[in-house]
Design a protein around this ligand. Structure first.
Ligand code: SF4
Length: 288
Protein backbone atom coordinates (compact mmCIF):
# COMPACT_ATOMS: atom_id res chain seq x y z
CA UNK A 1 0.00 0.00 0.00
CA UNK A 2 1.33 3.40 -1.03
CA UNK A 3 1.61 6.23 1.40
CA UNK A 4 -0.60 9.15 0.18
CA UNK A 5 1.00 9.98 -3.21
CA UNK A 6 1.81 13.57 -4.16
CA UNK A 7 -0.67 14.78 -6.82
CA UNK A 8 1.20 15.39 -10.10
CA UNK A 9 1.24 18.80 -11.74
CA UNK A 10 -1.39 17.94 -14.34
CA UNK A 11 -3.95 17.99 -11.52
CA UNK A 12 -3.19 21.51 -10.49
CA UNK A 13 -6.39 22.95 -11.99
CA UNK A 14 -8.20 25.66 -10.13
CA UNK A 15 -11.87 24.93 -9.42
CA UNK A 16 -14.18 27.28 -11.29
CA UNK A 17 -15.38 30.50 -9.65
CA UNK A 18 -16.74 33.81 -10.89
CA UNK A 19 -20.25 35.31 -11.38
CA UNK A 20 -21.35 33.08 -14.27
CA UNK A 21 -20.34 29.94 -12.40
CA UNK A 22 -22.00 31.13 -9.20
CA UNK A 23 -25.19 31.88 -11.18
CA UNK A 24 -25.32 28.30 -12.47
CA UNK A 25 -24.52 26.87 -9.03
CA UNK A 26 -27.19 29.07 -7.44
CA UNK A 27 -29.76 27.95 -10.01
CA UNK A 28 -29.08 24.28 -9.37
CA UNK A 29 -29.32 24.85 -5.62
CA UNK A 30 -32.60 26.78 -6.05
CA UNK A 31 -34.15 23.63 -7.52
CA UNK A 32 -33.00 21.58 -4.50
CA UNK A 33 -31.18 19.23 -6.82
CA UNK A 34 -27.93 17.29 -6.58
CA UNK A 35 -25.48 17.43 -9.44
CA UNK A 36 -22.64 14.97 -9.55
CA UNK A 37 -20.59 17.88 -10.82
CA UNK A 38 -20.81 19.65 -7.45
CA UNK A 39 -21.07 16.58 -5.17
CA UNK A 40 -17.84 15.17 -6.63
CA UNK A 41 -16.18 18.63 -6.82
CA UNK A 42 -15.47 17.77 -10.44
CA UNK A 43 -12.65 19.93 -11.91
CA UNK A 44 -14.43 19.98 -15.27
CA UNK A 45 -17.61 21.64 -13.99
CA UNK A 46 -17.18 24.92 -15.78
CA UNK A 47 -16.12 23.32 -19.04
CA UNK A 48 -19.24 21.14 -19.01
CA UNK A 49 -21.57 23.95 -17.92
CA UNK A 50 -20.12 26.05 -20.74
CA UNK A 51 -20.83 23.06 -23.00
CA UNK A 52 -24.45 23.25 -21.76
CA UNK A 53 -24.00 19.88 -20.13
CA UNK A 54 -24.71 18.95 -16.53
CA UNK A 55 -25.21 15.70 -14.64
CA UNK A 56 -28.11 15.36 -12.23
CA UNK A 57 -28.02 12.79 -9.43
CA UNK A 58 -31.53 11.48 -8.75
CA UNK A 59 -32.96 9.44 -5.85
CA UNK A 60 -30.09 10.62 -3.63
CA UNK A 61 -28.35 11.79 -1.73
CA UNK A 62 -27.77 8.43 0.00
CA UNK A 63 -26.91 5.13 -1.68
CA UNK A 64 -27.67 1.54 -0.61
CA UNK A 65 -24.22 0.34 -1.64
CA UNK A 66 -20.75 1.05 -0.29
CA UNK A 67 -18.23 1.33 -3.12
CA UNK A 68 -14.84 2.10 -1.66
CA UNK A 69 -13.99 4.81 -4.21
CA UNK A 70 -17.17 6.81 -4.00
CA UNK A 71 -17.87 9.87 -1.85
CA UNK A 72 -21.65 9.59 -2.09
CA UNK A 73 -23.32 9.40 1.30
CA UNK A 74 -24.27 5.86 2.38
CA UNK A 75 -27.65 4.69 3.74
CA UNK A 76 -30.15 5.41 5.31
CA UNK A 77 -32.08 6.20 2.13
CA UNK A 78 -35.36 8.11 1.84
CA UNK A 79 -38.31 7.31 -0.46
CA UNK A 80 -37.81 8.88 -3.92
CA UNK A 81 -39.21 12.43 -4.11
CA UNK A 82 -42.16 12.35 -6.57
CA UNK A 83 -41.46 15.92 -7.68
CA UNK A 84 -37.78 15.39 -8.45
CA UNK A 85 -38.31 14.43 -12.15
CA UNK A 86 -40.13 17.72 -12.81
CA UNK A 87 -37.51 19.73 -10.92
CA UNK A 88 -34.71 18.17 -13.01
CA UNK A 89 -36.62 19.12 -16.16
CA UNK A 90 -37.20 22.69 -14.95
CA UNK A 91 -33.53 23.09 -13.98
CA UNK A 92 -32.37 21.72 -17.34
CA UNK A 93 -34.71 24.12 -19.11
CA UNK A 94 -33.70 27.12 -16.97
CA UNK A 95 -30.00 26.33 -17.47
CA UNK A 96 -30.61 26.02 -21.20
CA UNK A 97 -28.90 22.64 -21.29
CA UNK A 98 -28.57 20.85 -24.64
CA UNK A 99 -27.14 17.67 -23.12
CA UNK A 100 -28.49 16.30 -19.85
CA UNK A 101 -26.95 13.38 -18.01
CA UNK A 102 -29.22 11.68 -15.49
CA UNK A 103 -27.53 9.39 -13.02
CA UNK A 104 -28.49 7.98 -9.66
CA UNK A 105 -27.27 6.35 -6.53
CA UNK A 106 -28.03 2.63 -6.41
CA UNK A 107 -31.40 1.91 -4.83
CA UNK A 108 -31.40 -1.84 -4.14
CA UNK A 109 -34.20 -1.11 -1.66
CA UNK A 110 -36.68 -0.34 -4.50
CA UNK A 111 -38.41 -3.20 -6.39
CA UNK A 112 -37.44 -1.79 -9.79
CA UNK A 113 -34.16 -0.30 -8.54
CA UNK A 114 -35.54 3.15 -9.40
CA UNK A 115 -36.08 2.41 -13.11
CA UNK A 116 -39.52 4.09 -13.07
CA UNK A 117 -37.96 7.29 -11.65
CA UNK A 118 -35.37 7.29 -14.46
CA UNK A 119 -38.15 6.80 -17.01
CA UNK A 120 -40.26 9.61 -15.55
CA UNK A 121 -37.29 11.99 -15.40
CA UNK A 122 -36.44 11.33 -19.07
CA UNK A 123 -40.07 11.94 -20.03
CA UNK A 124 -40.30 15.20 -18.06
CA UNK A 125 -37.03 16.56 -19.51
CA UNK A 126 -38.12 15.72 -23.04
CA UNK A 127 -41.48 17.41 -22.39
CA UNK A 128 -40.01 20.89 -21.73
CA UNK A 129 -36.48 20.86 -23.25
CA UNK A 130 -36.71 20.97 -27.06
CA UNK A 131 -33.99 19.10 -28.90
CA UNK A 132 -32.22 18.13 -25.70
CA UNK A 133 -30.14 14.95 -25.78
CA UNK A 134 -30.33 12.71 -22.73
CA UNK A 135 -27.74 10.29 -21.42
CA UNK A 136 -28.64 8.00 -18.55
CA UNK A 137 -25.86 6.62 -16.36
CA UNK A 138 -27.60 3.69 -14.72
CA UNK A 139 -26.85 1.24 -11.90
CA UNK A 140 -27.02 -2.50 -12.64
CA UNK A 141 -30.62 -2.89 -11.39
CA UNK A 142 -29.34 -6.12 -9.81
CA UNK A 143 -29.47 -7.68 -13.28
CA UNK A 144 -33.23 -7.02 -13.73
CA UNK A 145 -33.52 -6.46 -17.51
CA UNK A 146 -37.27 -5.61 -17.26
CA UNK A 147 -36.24 -2.59 -15.14
CA UNK A 148 -33.56 -1.66 -17.68
CA UNK A 149 -36.10 -2.01 -20.51
CA UNK A 150 -38.41 0.44 -18.68
CA UNK A 151 -35.63 3.04 -18.84
CA UNK A 152 -34.90 2.30 -22.51
CA UNK A 153 -38.59 2.58 -23.38
CA UNK A 154 -38.52 6.24 -22.21
CA UNK A 155 -36.09 6.94 -25.07
CA UNK A 156 -32.70 8.12 -23.81
CA UNK A 157 -30.09 8.97 -26.48
CA UNK A 158 -27.23 7.18 -24.69
CA UNK A 159 -27.20 4.37 -22.15
CA UNK A 160 -24.15 4.52 -19.90
CA UNK A 161 -23.18 1.98 -17.26
CA UNK A 162 -19.72 2.18 -15.68
CA UNK A 163 -17.75 -1.05 -15.33
CA UNK A 164 -15.47 1.11 -13.11
CA UNK A 165 -12.53 -1.29 -12.74
CA UNK A 166 -11.13 -4.72 -13.67
CA UNK A 167 -12.77 -7.93 -12.35
CA UNK A 168 -9.92 -8.85 -9.93
CA UNK A 169 -10.50 -5.59 -8.00
CA UNK A 170 -14.30 -5.80 -7.73
CA UNK A 171 -14.26 -7.31 -4.26
CA UNK A 172 -12.12 -4.43 -2.96
CA UNK A 173 -13.45 -1.53 -5.03
CA UNK A 174 -17.19 -2.23 -5.51
CA UNK A 175 -18.07 -5.29 -3.39
CA UNK A 176 -21.84 -5.25 -4.07
CA UNK A 177 -21.39 -5.14 -7.83
CA UNK A 178 -20.72 -8.04 -10.22
CA UNK A 179 -18.50 -7.79 -13.30
CA UNK A 180 -20.51 -10.23 -15.46
CA UNK A 181 -23.78 -8.64 -14.35
CA UNK A 182 -22.49 -5.28 -15.57
CA UNK A 183 -21.43 -6.81 -18.91
CA UNK A 184 -24.88 -8.42 -19.18
CA UNK A 185 -26.40 -4.92 -19.53
CA UNK A 186 -24.47 -4.39 -22.79
CA UNK A 187 -25.16 -7.94 -23.97
CA UNK A 188 -28.89 -7.35 -23.38
CA UNK A 189 -28.89 -4.01 -25.22
CA UNK A 190 -26.86 -5.44 -28.12
CA UNK A 191 -29.88 -7.73 -28.77
CA UNK A 192 -32.81 -5.53 -27.72
CA UNK A 193 -31.63 -2.03 -28.86
CA UNK A 194 -28.72 -2.47 -31.31
CA UNK A 195 -28.94 1.15 -32.54
CA UNK A 196 -28.78 2.70 -29.06
CA UNK A 197 -25.33 4.20 -28.32
CA UNK A 198 -23.93 2.48 -25.25
CA UNK A 199 -21.09 3.70 -23.09
CA UNK A 200 -18.97 2.63 -20.14
CA UNK A 201 -16.10 3.96 -18.09
CA UNK A 202 -13.12 2.90 -15.99
CA UNK A 203 -11.08 4.61 -13.32
CA UNK A 204 -7.35 3.89 -13.51
CA UNK A 205 -4.83 4.03 -10.65
CA UNK A 206 -6.41 1.52 -8.26
CA UNK A 207 -3.76 -1.20 -8.80
CA UNK A 208 -4.99 -2.70 -12.08
CA UNK A 209 -2.41 -4.14 -14.48
CA UNK A 210 -2.22 -3.11 -18.16
CA UNK A 211 -3.21 -6.59 -19.42
CA UNK A 212 -6.24 -6.50 -17.10
CA UNK A 213 -7.33 -3.11 -18.49
CA UNK A 214 -6.96 -4.41 -22.05
CA UNK A 215 -8.96 -7.58 -21.25
CA UNK A 216 -11.74 -5.46 -19.73
CA UNK A 217 -11.87 -3.22 -22.83
CA UNK A 218 -12.12 -6.33 -25.02
CA UNK A 219 -14.94 -7.69 -22.81
CA UNK A 220 -16.86 -4.41 -23.15
CA UNK A 221 -16.56 -4.26 -26.94
CA UNK A 222 -17.44 -7.96 -27.26
CA UNK A 223 -20.55 -7.30 -25.14
CA UNK A 224 -21.56 -4.49 -27.52
CA UNK A 225 -20.37 -1.32 -25.76
CA UNK A 226 -19.52 1.49 -28.24
CA UNK A 227 -18.22 4.51 -26.26
CA UNK A 228 -15.63 4.69 -23.48
CA UNK A 229 -14.31 7.07 -20.84
CA UNK A 230 -11.04 6.50 -18.98
CA UNK A 231 -10.01 8.74 -16.07
CA UNK A 232 -7.76 8.82 -13.03
CA UNK A 233 -9.13 7.59 -9.70
CA UNK A 234 -8.82 10.30 -7.04
CA UNK A 235 -9.17 9.49 -3.33
CA UNK A 236 -12.21 11.47 -2.05
CA UNK A 237 -11.22 11.18 1.64
CA UNK A 238 -8.65 9.26 3.68
CA UNK A 239 -11.40 6.74 4.47
CA UNK A 240 -11.57 5.74 0.79
CA UNK A 241 -9.18 3.52 -1.18
CA UNK A 242 -5.74 5.08 -1.68
CA UNK A 243 -4.47 6.03 -5.14
CA UNK A 244 -2.04 3.25 -6.09
CA UNK A 245 -0.65 5.14 -9.07
CA UNK A 246 -1.10 8.34 -11.07
CA UNK A 247 -1.37 7.36 -14.74
CA UNK A 248 0.40 9.85 -17.00
CA UNK A 249 -1.41 11.89 -19.70
CA UNK A 250 0.76 10.08 -22.29
CA UNK A 251 -0.48 6.69 -21.05
CA UNK A 252 -4.08 7.89 -21.21
CA UNK A 253 -3.49 8.95 -24.82
CA UNK A 254 -2.08 5.49 -25.50
CA UNK A 255 -5.13 3.87 -23.94
CA UNK A 256 -7.40 5.89 -26.23
CA UNK A 257 -5.57 4.52 -29.29
CA UNK A 258 -5.72 1.01 -27.85
CA UNK A 259 -9.46 1.36 -27.20
CA UNK A 260 -10.09 2.45 -30.81
CA UNK A 261 -7.99 -0.47 -32.11
CA UNK A 262 -10.02 -2.86 -29.93
CA UNK A 263 -13.20 -1.57 -31.56
CA UNK A 264 -14.75 1.29 -29.57
CA UNK A 265 -16.42 3.88 -31.84
CA UNK A 266 -14.87 6.65 -29.74
CA UNK A 267 -13.12 7.08 -26.39
CA UNK A 268 -12.25 10.03 -24.14
CA UNK A 269 -9.21 9.31 -22.00
CA UNK A 270 -7.29 11.58 -19.66
CA UNK A 271 -6.43 12.23 -15.98
CA UNK A 272 -9.37 14.61 -15.51
CA UNK A 273 -11.89 12.67 -17.61
CA UNK A 274 -15.16 11.71 -15.88
CA UNK A 275 -18.19 9.75 -17.16
CA UNK A 276 -19.96 12.79 -18.64
CA UNK A 277 -16.87 14.63 -19.87
CA UNK A 278 -17.41 15.83 -23.46
CA UNK A 279 -20.47 13.58 -23.44
CA UNK A 280 -22.16 15.43 -26.31
CA UNK A 281 -19.08 15.27 -28.51
CA UNK A 282 -18.64 11.56 -27.80
CA UNK A 283 -22.21 10.86 -28.89
CA UNK A 284 -21.58 12.77 -32.10
CA UNK A 285 -19.18 10.03 -33.20
CA UNK A 286 -21.89 7.38 -32.87
CA UNK A 287 -24.17 9.29 -35.24
CA UNK A 288 -21.53 9.20 -38.03
S1 SF4 B 1 -23.35 2.39 -6.23
FE1 SF4 B 1 -22.73 4.33 -7.17
S2 SF4 B 1 -23.41 5.95 -5.80
FE2 SF4 B 1 -23.49 4.00 -4.68
S3 SF4 B 1 -21.58 3.89 -3.57
FE3 SF4 B 1 -21.32 2.81 -5.51
S4 SF4 B 1 -20.53 4.33 -6.96
FE4 SF4 B 1 -21.34 5.44 -5.20
Amino acid sequence: MNMRLEKPTWFKRRLPTGPEYEKVRGLVDSFHLHTVCQEARCPNQWECFSDQTATFLIMGPACTRNCRFCAVQKSPVAPPDPEEPQRVAQAASTLGLSYVVITSVTRDDLDDGGASVFAETITEVKKICDGVRIEVLVPDFQGDMRALQQVIAAGPDVLNHNIETVPRLYETVRPQADYQRSLDIFRYLRGSSPKLPTKSGLMLGLGEKDDEIKATLVDLVTAGCKLLTLGQYLQPTKDHLPVERYVTPEEFDQWRSTALKIGFVEAVSGPLVRSSYHAGKLLGHCAK
